[in-house]
Design a protein around this ligand. Structure first.
Ligand code: ADE
Length: 464
């Protein structure tokens, strides 16, 4: 991902983002940070970029022309999301970070002095964003705060994807307290449960601490958390049918936009994927009107919702699928030795063989640590993984290695990884793909008593 920061003080950018995790991500070319000096684009002979405010008032204002030209040079004719960092903007939060992390390129415009001429803002800015209700001397620090928060969500930047998952704001709970050696420090002891070695009790203690902290410090977040917990409890009455909704909420990958009776509209943080469960026709209508413009993909368990999406919002049906879920907690035996997580070097192999996916999607999944490969005779011979929506899939084995149980072993391996992460593994199998269905059922996945529909706005993208 590429970040452009338009500023009068470009030297602040490498000083703020050149070290540690973000510095390493830049070195590894996972992200690019381009600091652009607005002053380089002035047409004023003396290099001036600011002037007095019409109507009077204290301070100087950045002029429209150098900002406009700097923006045009960076955007190069593309329409790029352009964020003006300003205390007058909407508040920046984890959800907005997740939404912005889906862009390929972002422009941050940093103001100084008293601000920027309104006319250029009207021409180039798409989002006005603030980092909090206080006023700083310029927009560089807020822009860098946002770049940091966005970049760490990108595949590969943190190295270990679980660390982005288990932290404050991920599922609306603040993080629990943590301790390291020594066991006693200035008379304060580490809570004994953490020394007990009892995984289950430790997890319970951590969850209780997180809940207690959140309720005390952030009652607003706590209410959202309780609403999701209640929805998951209700959905669990028909677990096989609702596993996609339950897991999306439980993993902190979706927000509830509408809830009434048995009807639920859930949207992912990037607002490009929605799940709809409609109890009544009138709820379906209400939910359709709430689907964000940015939503490209919808999953629903009801044919009439799929038909309404096609008729009223111009969606297309990509697939009708069986939904299957793994209901046990014990790991499966993996009857093939050479399976491991895929890395950068394996991207081309997957891209060449799995044509159902966009090449970019395969790369993202590998970088997210969500794909595993089987190896034989010194080379890769197959793969499987977890889709962006959380379901298992993308199973492939080279023709000459089929019939040896490698596909089943890959899938068992993915199931075990999901169980380790505390997830309930589930999968979608296109109606008609009897081989895959047989494999899933052999591994112990159970089929829901209805199918689900994947729909999208772009008939070419095939949903991924
Ligand atoms: N520029 C000055 N103060 C700011 C703030 N709080 N958020 C974003 N940009 C700013």
């Amino acid at each position: 991902m590429k970040f452009h920061i338009l500023t009068l003080f470009p030297e602040m950018v490498p000083a703020g983002l050149g070290a540690s995790v973000i510095g390493r991500a830049i070195e590894r070319k996972l992200i690019e940070v381009n600091a652009v000096n607005i002053r380089d684009y002035t047409s004023d002979r003396h290099g001036s970029v600011d002037d007095y405010t019409y109507g009077g008032g204290a301070g100087m204002l950045l002029q429209a022309q150098p900002v406009f030209d700097a923006h045009r040079a960076v955007a190069g004719g593309k329409t790029l999301r352009t964020i003006y960092v300003t205390p007058q903007g909407k508040p920046f939060n984890q959800r907005l970070a997740q939404e912005l992390a889906r862009e390929r390129e972002l422009i941050f415009l940093c103001g100084h002095y008293e601000g920027i001429d309104e006319r250029v803002l009207e021409e180039v800015v798409t989002d006005y964003v603030s980092v909090g209700d206080y006023v700083l001397t310029g927009g560089e620090l807020p822009a860098m705060v946002m770049v940091d928060a966005i970049a760490r969500l990108l595949p590969g930047v943190l190295g270990n994807q679980t660390s982005a998952h288990r932290e404050s704001f991920h599922n609306d709970l603040l993080e629990y307290p943590q301790y390291t050696r020594p066991e006693e420090w200035r008379g304060r002891r580490v809570p004994p449960v953490l020394l007990s070695g009892n995984r289950k009790r430790i997890e319970e203690w951590r969850l209780n601490q997180a809940r207690e902290r959140t309720e005390r410090i952030r009652p607003d977040l706590y209410q959202r958390y309780l609403q999701k917990e209640e929805a998951i409890r209700r959905l669990a009455r028909k677990k096989r049918n609702n596993i996609h909704l339950m897991e999306t909420l439980a993993r902190g990958d979706g927000e509830i936009l509408y809830e009434r009776g048995d009807s639920l509209l859930v949207c992912n943080p990037g607002c490009d994927f929605c799940l709809i469960e409609a109890g009544e026709r009138e709820d379906a209508q209400a939910m359709l009107s709430l689907i964000p413009q940015s939503c490209e993909l919808v999953l629903t368990g009801q044919r009439f919702v799929a038909e309404m999406l096609c008729a009223h919002l111009g969606f297309f049906v990509f697939h009708e699928c069986h939904q299957l879920c793994f209901t046990r907690r014990e790991a499966l035996p993996v009857r093939y030795g050479d399976i491991r997580e895929l890395g950068e070097a394996d991207i081309a192999y997957v891209q060449e063989r799995y044509r159902l996916l966009q090449p970019r999607y395969a790369k993202e999944r590998i970088r997210a640590g969500a794909m595993y490969g089987a190896f034989a005779e010194g080379r890769q011979v197959g793969f499987a993984g977890i889709h962006e929506d959380g379901s298992m899939g993308m199973l492939y084995v080279d023709e000459e290695f089929r019939g040896r149980g490698i596909g089943a072993a890959l899938e068992a391996y993915v199931i075990n990884r999901e169980l380790e992460a505390g997830h309930i593994p589930y999968a979608h199998v296109a109606v008609g793909n009897e081989d895959s269905l047989r494999l899933q059922e052999k591994l112990g996945l159970y089929r829901a008593d209805r199918t689900v529909w994947w729909l999208g706005r772009d008939p070419e993208s095939c949903g991924k």
